[in-house]
Ligand binder design. Sequence first.
Ligand code: 1GP
Length: 248
Amino acid sequence: MNTTYKRLLKILKKSGSGYFVLFDPDNYSQKKIGKHVALAAENGVDAFLVGGSLLFYTHFSEFIKTVKKHTDLPVIIFPGSSRQISPYADAILFLSLISGRNSDYLIGEHVIAAPIIRSLKLEPISTGYLLVESGNATTVEYLSGTRPIPRNKPEIAIAHALAAEYLGMKMLYFEAGSGAEHSVPAEMIQAVSKETTLPLIVGGGIRTPEEAHKKVESGASFIVTGNILEKKKDSQIIRAFADAIHRS
Ligand code: 1GP
């Protein structure tokens, strides 16, 4: 079966790395989202993530439907909670916040979400989600009530990554937090990528194509940007990120 997960692996096989653009429905108007999706798709983006840690927006499913209408690229839910599920997406990152010790985000929300995901026939992609210290406290840290991994402790990151792999998770998402002061350090990405076979998604506070390029060179498989495109909605910046990520 040609699952979304397999499509992601094919991207890695073909280009070595991939570029995800994150749309937080709280920060985009549903009327204009189609234009942004088309712009991103034309300029080298590989897939879309949709979700957010706060989500004041009430028409989540409609938002996904609109994104999906404007692209053939994978549209993947990046959920902040079990309320963010929609049958219109291609898949959902089934995230477990493994850097924290809050049981709600380790397994509790999952138990609520799992029967809904099954009944909607949505593809879950089991993903270990790790917060990394990034300067000021981030929204996801605050809301999850968890402490991030210290940025100068790659050995802690490696231990978590291995645990995720041995638990059978399929990907790892290293998160500095949306709008983070400092992105995930290259040294940590490098250390982790040497020790695990899982694809590494890296996001949070990545502001320049050069920074994205460095993450990929260090071993990141997929780079996520959100904020930067909310500020500058132009094709050039998207193309510059896509080229920097794919040139590695
Ligand atoms: C947040 O990793 C994503 O979950 C993207 O972060 O908005 O800082 O690009 P930015």
